[in-house]
Design a binder for this molecule. Structure first.
Ligand SMILES: O=P(O)(O)OC[C@H]1O[C@](O)(CO)[C@@H](O)[C@@H]1O
Length: 449
């Protein structure tokens, strides 16, 4: 059988019977029909379903060209965006490229350093980044679907001014790449006015589902990763998700099993990895599931841990704290590199019993031991197997999670494709900042502070 990203709930057998899973089959099958026929809630945001096979080929070629230009004329790329407008790119670059991407020598990396801005409002962070760039040549990819999000807009103002000081207005315009709505929003207006090269976030693709649009693809291409392979993997994932029957359909089974666990009171899902380079896959996943399912006072709270690191901090809680969670382990089957543990003539550190073994053997033993320990501690453990860290499997993994998320939202009875809840903090912040139009709210809030 061809290797693939796969889902395995075998270790959760003590918590979920085969029968229960089979009861879910019809429900998940119905959810798939609703999703694929685009007849459910939020159906105007389903462009991501077909992206791996129906993307804009002209724009795809332009993304690769722009990436080459940036690679040729910039030592640094600053990716400005927040939430779905940066997490996918960051997840992909960290998953696919060197573990110390920005720190390793240019000879090894071969592509520009990549930094992220506009994902907080910290002036210390931005000032630090400006120092890191120094007087080196750089370009900016500013990404905002709405084109009006405060965090990236502020960061962009700062970097735009820096670029214009350094290269003049015209020179700066050639180093600014704007990824935004095709017609609406302040960023679109700015891009047209100033003549920035622009890429489109399609109307029917929400931020958290946009990694396979220009939103993710331009920064990923600049990092030197292979976009074609990424899309191929996503297309393979799509093929399986859309067409395979429940018994062989990993995305459908993941949606079914997490829904069963939620109904048993497991309201938290902890996504665990054993590779630091998967940290941002978890961050991307948390937004995907959190924004899609956390509404109408419902949903599974998506949390994540980096292991074995967090076994020495959060491990106690997972093993023995409130029994509110299940755990989903991302298992990278074949590690990117191997390091052998050598024999020492005198076994002072007591590690000679591991001599001759690869570190990855130790890592996998830690993983397997932890899965069983947490299972014994009444935390159902699910596993997502990833054959190895390459573009193809990452594309497959992205699609697997996205498709399962759509199904899961429908099983929960929510609209998985909106995010009305994120507006509340924005309204308060605008009111406190004195943004025109928020005067009444401002009075009320000031009384409460
Ligand atoms: O791309 P935009 O419009 O700047 O939005 C960034 C992020 O902010 C949100 O709209 C939440 O405020 C997310 O859904 C989105 O991914």
């Amino acid at each position: 059988m061809m290797e693939k990203v796969s889902f395995d709930y075998g270790k959760a057998a003590g918590f979920i019977s085969q029968e229960e899973v089979s009861y879910m089959e019809k429900l998940v099958e119905d959810a798939r029909k609703v999703l694929v026929s685009k007849s459910g809630a939020g159906n105007d945001f389903l462009g991501w379903l077909d992206l791996p096979v129906e993307y804009d080929k002209e724009e795809f070629a332009r993304i690769k060209k722009a990436a080459e230009k940036i690679q040729g004329d910039s030592e640094v790329l600053v990716v400005i965006g927040i939430g779905g407008s940066y997490l996918g790119a960051r997840a992909a670059i960290e998953f696919l490229r060197h573990g110390f991407y920005n720190n390793v020598s240019k000879e090894i990396r071969k592509t520009p350093e990549i930094y992220y801005a506009g994902n907080s409002i910290s002036s210390s962070y931005l000032a630090g980044l400006i120092e890191v760039i120094g007087d080196r040549d750089f370009s900016v990819n500013v990404i905002s679907k709405s084109g009006t999000t405060t965090e990236p807009a502020i960061a962009f103002r700062v970097f735009k001014e820096m670029l214009e000081k350094k290269y003049g207005k015209e020179g700066a315009a050639k180093r600014i790449y704007a990824t935004t709505d095709k017609a609406r929003g302040a960023l679109k207006g700015l891009a047209s006015e100033e003549g920035y090269e622009s890429f489109v976030v399609p109307d029917d693709v929400g931020g958290r589902f946009s990694v396979l649009t220009a939103v993710g693809l331009l920064p990923i291409a600049v990092s030197g990763a292979d976009l074609d392979k990424l899309m191929e993997g996503a297309a393979a994932g799509r093929e399986r998700a859309l067409n395979q029957p429940f018994a062989e359909n990993d995305a459908m089974q993941y949606a079914a099993v997490r829904n069963i666990l939620l109904r048993k009171g497991k309201a938290v899902e902890v996504l665990a990895n054993y590779e630091p380079s998967l940290h941002y896959v978890s961050e991307w996943w948390k937004q995907l599931y959190g924004e899609s399912e956390g509404k109408d006072q419902k949903g599974i709270f998506p949390a994540s841990v980096d292991l074995t690191t967090d076994l020495h901090s959060m491990g106690q809680f997972i093993q023995d704290g409130s029994r509110i969670m299940f755990e989903t382990v991302m298992n990278v089957e074949k590690s990117r590199s191997t390091i052998k543990i050598n024999q020492e003539p005198v076994d002072l550190d007591g590690l000679n019993y591991l001599a001759g073994k690869d570190m990855d053997f130790v890592n996998k033993s830690a993983m397997n031991g932890t899965i069983l320990a947490h299972t014994d501690g009444n935390v159902p453990n699910l596993v997502v197997n990833i054959p190895e860290q390459n573009e193809f499997y990452l594309g497959e993994l992205f699609y697997f999670y996205e498709f399962a998320c759509g199904l899961s939202g429908y099983l929960l009875g929510v609209n998985p494709f909106n995010q009305p809840g994120v507006e509340s903090y924005k309204r308060n912040m605008f009111a406190l900042l004195g943004k025109p139009g928020f005067e009444a709210e401002r009075e009320e809030l000031l009384k409460r502070l």
